[in-house]
Design a protein around this ligand. Structure first.
Ligand SMILES: [Zn+2]
Length: 407
């Protein structure tokens, strides 16, 4: 869960000063240069002194780490892809105890490692819902103009219940919504008047442009949206409640500070008991969804098929033109007995029976074959029926130019 004001203040007072420089000068961009591997930064949210949102028996920090490690393991099996984690244990990244410093560390780490995509994993949480219930009235006497007046005062019971919100949300750093843009400008106004800050950007044109509308960031947003939308798609496919992709200008500093396409996934509501169980027992399923979306994304930016991505970008070798003649037969049985092709055991079969003599060590074996088919499919279609007729071990044999090429 991203606490808005927490990240907002960090954004204003700590992060923004170094942000545009970071965004332009580091990170790996959408695709790696040359033959470098595609670098994926996996960022399990929170950790250590910062447990994040809490469920009945687990924390956001634990769930995010569990999903992050499983996801990383899957992604690291893809050829030419390298995975880095901002943390692999239940500790704040960077080794400190300051949550905001850890947040900056995550973004800097992602940029330093030359990340090509940044995937941050979190859980959602909602506040308790407050309820008020009328439980009766109390009689009170009050003085009004020196008179004693009887008054009925309603009595309430106050209690809270867990919100049962559920589902997933994926956030990207947004640049397209004017409202958000204005909000971001307004919220960051004190910083824009800061002399040190002004000096930093005087040479490179408008600071406002640099921060909010630079084309690089816009390109990242486009890619981030593509990945985010597919992550939600994958979640929908397995029946998760879709709370959709959301763009944010403020509050998610880490997404803007990373100079690469970045998404933040809220995998579910840990304060909802049903969702907490799901988040703890279905991490493999959640990771697989994110993995599938990542494979699609990688194929998209590389201009390859997902099969090529998973095979390491090797395009399938185009088969040499083959002038051989192929035919297919069904082998019925192998026996040391020499039966006639008209033998009663073959009488139920409607087709040509052939017998092949084979020497194996010192003994002579006879293979009994059925039919001759132009394609493997034609032969296979007959196979079930032939097995039902008692030739349980029958199988299809391929011949090239009349010569058997498999056993
Ligand atoms: Zn969180």
């Amino acid at each position: 869960m991203m606490r808005f004001w927490n990240y907002f203040f960090l954004c204003v007072f700590a992060g923004m000063l170094s942000l545009p420089a970071v965004a332009q000068n580091e990170g790996g961009g959408v695709l790696p240069q040359g033959n470098k591997p595609f670098v994926v930064i996996i960022d399990p949210g929170h950790g250590g002194v910062d447990p994040g949102a809490k469920g009945k028996y687990s924390t956001e920090s634990q769930v995010a780490l569990g999903i992050g490690l499983k996801l990383g393991k899957m992604i690291s099996e893809i050829p030419d892809v390298k995975v880095y984690y901002t943390r692999t244990t239940d500790a704040l990244p960077g080794g400190g105890t300051n949550i905001n410093a850890a947040l900056r560390w995550r973004a800097n780490f992602a940029n330093r490692m030359g990340g090509n995509v940044f995937i941050s994993i979190h859980c959602n949480s909602t506040k308790l819902i407050r309820h008020r219930e009328l439980i009766g009235h109390k009689t009170e006497y009050v003085r009004v103009h020196h008179k004693r007046v009887k008054r009925r005062v309603p009595q309430y019971r106050y209690y809270t219940t867990q919100s049962l919100q559920q589902g997933t949300e994926v956030y990207v750093w947004g640049v397209s919504k004017d409202d958000d843009k204005n909000l971001a400008l307004r919220e960051n106004a004190p910083l824009l008047n800061d002399p040190e800050y002004k000096a930093m950007f005087d040479s490179s044109g408008s600071a406002i442009n640099t921060i909010f509308w630079n084309t690089v960031q816009r390109e990242y947003t486009k890619q981030s949206l593509a990945l985010a939308a597919d992550v939600e798609n994958q979640f929908v496919k397995i029946g998760r409640v879709d709370r959709q992709v959301k763009q944010r200008q403020v509050g998610i500093w880490v997404l803007h500070a990373t100079a690469m396409p970045s998404i933040l996934i809220e995998t579910g509501f840990i304060n909802n008991p049903v969702e907490e169980d799901y988040l703890n027992t279905h991490q493999e399923e959640l990771s697989t969804c994110i993995y599938n979306a990542f494979v699609n994304y990688l194929a998209g930016v590389k201009g390859e098929t997902t099969a090529q991505v998973l095979a390491g970008g090797t395009t399938p070798v185009v088969a040499q033109k083959d002038n051989s003649h192929y035919s297919y037969k069904i082998q019925l049985l192998v026996s040391s007995n020499r039966y006639s092709v008209d033998d009663a055991k073959f009488s139920k079969l409607d087709g040509k029976i052939s017998r092949e003599k084979d020497k194996e060590n010192d003994s002579t074996l006879y293979r009994y074959m059925f039919g001759s088919f132009g394609t493997n499919d034609d032969a296979s279609r007959q196979l079930d029926m032939i097995r039902l007729m008692g030739f349980k071990d029958a199988f299809v044999v391929t011949f090239r130019n009349g010569k058997r090429i498999d056993q």
